[in-house]
Design a protein around this ligand. Structure first.
Ligand code: IMP
Ligand code: MG
Length: 344
């Protein structure tokens, strides 16, 4: 590939349309494997995220480092990310032990540093009341926006990882968390402290005009990890929803906590698709509802029930297509399937 190192051809973005845990890792792996990207970048958040990557039959997990590193692609931690030295070094060690080239990993000099006292404060103040991941995210962003934070460029340890802030060719941006955890659009204060919407990716240093595809990830049912009054504890009393959680193995990648389950809220999904400008949608885990023969979703604030998965899929497809003009394709995939048959 002949690449002009002074310009970007296009940017693709993969992000979560719900509350995180929508299977972004699988989509990013699929896209990266095609080998067309020169960079894979994270634009926000820190090691509060949990990305699961399947490669050659093995399961890998990262929390901060973008998944490009698994596919030999330079991986950037962007200027609006937050980074804890110890957590970062642990991931570097893990990747080295598993034979991946960690020289591909670069950190923006502008990324802010999560200190031990940020972590301590998060665990003392927010962990219980807001169900945070306890990684120091909120206190670190508070100090950043209070113009009182510490950037990676001023810490010796990060020197050898610093990114030269050049970006070119074909770029993939990897979202963390999801639309409804966004600092502006989520159920505040039960949100994370960063911009989870695709526009946030422009903080990496490109114009919104250069964005090509926006891949939005969702599941055929909703899950929420952490506290949120919109996901009340009473949902746990439903046997059907409990079974979905068990069958779908809905436990947090970062915290190990049980996620609260609800039927897919199509009203919210459509809102997220429209506001984000999503062009391609991947709805995964349809096999979980198929196995349980439970075909429900929420639309116009009412619960709809269907006879089969195909009936439910047709409804989702026609409703989204009629309301979201930017959407090109909607894919449905199963849990085990590593999205191989998509024609993005
Ligand atoms: P924080 O980002 O650790 O401050 O957590 C704020 C809220 O976002 C809590 O409800 C967390 O459970 C949730 N959250 C943060 N990161 C993720 C994620 O990667 N997946 C799902 N939920 C997340
Ligand atoms: Mg995740």
């Amino acid at each position: 590939m002949n690449i002009n190192q002074t310009r970007i051809n296009y940017v693709d973005i993969c992000f979560g349309l719900c509350w995180g845990d929508e299977g972004k890792g699988k989509i990013v792996s699929f896209l990266s494997k095609k080998g067309q990207y020169n960079f894979v970048c994270r634009w926000a958040g820190g090691n509060n995220a949990g990305h699961t990557i399947y490669l050659n039959g093995k399961k890998y997990k990262t929390h901060l480092i973008p998944s490009g590193v698994f596919f030999g692609i330079p991986s950037i931690i962007g200027p609006d990310c937050v980074i804890n030295q110890k957590g970062f070094q642990e991931e570097i060690n893990y990747l080295n032990e598993n034979g991946f080239d960690t020289q591909l990993i670069k950190v923006s000099p502008k990324a802010h540093v999560i200190t031990d006292s940020h972590i301590e404060e998060d665990n003392k103040k927010y962990f219980k009341t807001q169900g945070t991941t306890g990684k120091g995210i909120a206190p670190c962003y508070r100090d950043k926006y209070g113009r009182n934070g510490t950037r990676a460029e001023s810490i010796d340890y990060f020197k050898k990882y610093l990114w030269d802030e050049k970006i070119y060719g074909n770029v993939l941006c990897e979202g963390a968390q999801g639309f409804w955890l966004d600092i502006n659009y989520g159920n505040y204060p039960y949100v994370t402290s960063s911009t989870t919407l695709p526009y946030g990716a422009c903080s990496l240093g490109f114009s919104p005009k250069i964005i090509r595809h926006i891949y939005g990830a969702a599941k055929i049912y909703d899950t929420r990890s952490g506290k949120d009054p919109l996901f009340p504890e009473s949902l746990m009393e439903s046997i059907s929803l409990t079974n979905v959680g068990l069958k779908g193995e809905e436990y947090g990648t970062t915290t190990g906590r049980k996620r609260t389950i609800n039927w897919l809220n199509l009203d919210k999904l459509i809102n997220a698709i429209k506001l984000s400008g999503t062009t391609d949608i991947i709805i995964s885990k349809v096999d979980i509802l198929e196995e349980l023969k439970e075909f429900h979703l929420i639309y116009n604030q009412k619960q709809n029930t269907y006879q089969s998965m195909s009936e439910m899929q047709i409804f989702i497809q026609t409703t989204i297509n009629s309301l979201c003009p930017l959407v090109n394709k909607i894919y449905f995939s199963s849990n085990k399937e590593i999205v191989e048959n998509f024609e993005f």
